[in-house]
Ligand binder design. Structure first.
Ligand code: ATP
Length: 320
């Protein structure tokens, strides 16, 4: 539905987005994840038609957005990171103003207003001045202006930024509800957010795409992936025996030393394999003399891709 081709955006000598390409599938919620300054907002502004690319193309349903800006405006709803609202207006006045810009008047305006009031939970608030609304309600109004013309595509730049935990849950479920009949690109630097609601995850770092995958695939391939390095006193055990007993284990090193055995392995078992492995080995009469354990989560992947940092939990000696 949306195709980005070799998108480049420079600000003076800074390459904020370095020739990235990706696709967004119809009807999916795509999470655009990256640390501060990665290039998320720059990319989203270009897709929404609020900024011009230095080079590269954005296609919506095979139409180049540069060649049909008016058509694309109908197709896209955009909530910017700053959610600029006219705080002296009431919600009603603001939404009417947004509709006037979009030439939505009369009966059509009444219908659309009714619909967004229901979808965004604005009942009983339409005559309230925007400056007196909580941050969560302001985000609801921001979402209402983004969807009032009923676009099939929604671009939401950090929609839960600055909200309290309750408001985050509210806005997240609202986005999920909207995602039932819209294609959504949602940016965030909060991993849990993306994990909770997105079908697809794209990670951007320093203006480059470092991961682009269906969310489930990315989660399955990394979540619960455990890496174990265990050394124990010499006993009679073979690699084949260990694999038979722990079928999800992939052995990376099995070396028999003078008085000990070193096993380095990875497993995707849902349980903590350290415990079962320790039990198995000690039941065979060995004493554990070293254990290093690392559990990879999507968070590690994110850190790894954007910082090169992995959290390691190390347990030395002892016989857990
Ligand atoms: P954040 O999560 O902090 O919003 P982001 O991933 O959205 O970050 P961008 O806002 O796209 O990142 O910024 C990418 C880079 O481009 C940053 O180094 C930023 O300082 C720079 N940048 C963005 N807008 C401009 C601008 N108008 N002029 C100059 N530099 C800019």
């Amino acid at each position: 539905m949306i195709k980005i081709e070799s998108l480049l955006k420079t600000y003076g000598s800074l390459e904020a987005v370095k020739g990235i390409s990706f696709e967004v599938n119809e009807g999916e919620i795509t999470g655009f994840l990256g640390p501060n300054g990665a290039g998320k907002s720059t990319t989203l502004k270009i897709i929404a038609g609020f900024n011009k690319a230095t080079s590269g193309k954005v296609f919506v349903n095979n139409t180049d957005i540069e060649s049909a800006p008016e058509l694309i405006k109908e197709q896209i709803g955009y909530l910017s990171e700053l959610n600029p609202l006219y705080s002296e207006m009431t919600i009603y006045e603001y939404l009417r103003f947004i509709c006037q810009i979009r030439n939505i008047e009369g009966e059509e305006f009444k219908e659309k207003l009714k619909l967004v009031t229901r979808k965004c939970g604005l009942h009983g608030r339409l005559n309230q001045q925007i400056s007196t609304l909580s941050k969560g309600f302001k985000q609801r109004v921001g979402l209402a202006q983004a969807i009032i013309h009923d676009p099939p595509i929604l671009i939401l730049d950090e929609p839960t930024n600055g909200l309290d935990p309750n408001q985050i849950v509210e806005i997240r479920s609202l986005i999920q509800e909207l995602g039932k009949d819209k294609t959504i690109i949602l940016s965030s630097h909060i991993l849990q957010e993306i994990q909770a609601i997105c079908d697809k995850i794209i990670i951007i770092h320093n203006g480059l795409i470092v991961a682009d995958s269906p969310a489930k695939k990315l989660l399955n391939s990394y979540q619960n992936k455990q890496s174990i390095r265990i050394e124990f006193t010499k006993i009679s055990v073979t690699e084949e025996e260990l694999i038979r007993h722990f079928p999800k284990m992939v052995i990376q090193e099995f070396s028999i030393k003078e008085n000990s055995i070193l096993l380095v392995c990875e497993t995707t078992a849902s349980k903590d394999t350290r415990i079962d492995l320790s039990k198995y080995i000690t039941n065979k009469g060995a004493t554990i003399i070293g254990l290093k354990y690392q559990q990879k989560t999507l968070e590690d992947v994110f850190h790894n891709l954007t910082l090169g940092d992995i959290i390691t939990q190390e347990v030395n000696g002892g016989d857990e």
